[in-house]
Design a protein around this ligand. Sequence first.
Ligand code: SF4
Length: 228
Amino acid sequence: MIDEHLKQLTISTSIKATVNVEKRSKSRPEQLLTMDISQFSDLADTESQASVCQNCGLCRARTTVVFADGNPEAKLMIIGEGPGQTEDEIGLPFVGRAGKLLDKILAAVQIDRQKDTYICNIVKCRPPQNRVPTKEEAAACKPYLMAQIAFVKPAIILLAGSTAVQYTLQLNQPISKIRGKWFDYCGAQAMPIFHPSYLLRNESKEPGSPKWLMWQDIKQVKQKLVAL
Ligand code: SF4
């Protein structure tokens, strides 16, 4: 059944994108794209507009707008919090130590970052001192994220860390309580996972440890990907 909310998704050249989002919505998603993103004609246009964006104060200290990395055709999207120092300098998300760990975790289940994933963040500009983006900053940047989801049309979305969960699913529960669970989000199946930077601070691989739990989660993700 097509959700009424989908009708609110308006993209200028978007009839095709809307249909594709609907196709992926086998079980009716509770939260679909409800934001008007008609100002973006496609993913390249979204990136181009983001690259000069001054819609929030984060534009003042940024070196680069960090839009995304990976394959826009990928079935798996990974959404993190925001760029850190290395990302801000290089212009790509998840390229620092945490990013390298993420690459390793993905590779352990034969998921290739460049080929099989599309990676982006809640905010595209680095918050000073890597602080958590404010509600206002996340809201100002949300049209870009919504457009990314609409144009990439992922089947699976991984929400890395509590900030990504909070500003998408609007859940404030600790990540340890909701990681590994599946939620409907924007026509995709979304799973909260630990942020890789949290795993860097928790070295143990004992059963029940964050790294061990991440391993269980990523195996689930792989199974779902294979079954698509
Ligand atoms: S964080 Fe997002 S909304 Fe804020 S200036 Fe950067 S691109 Fe624009």
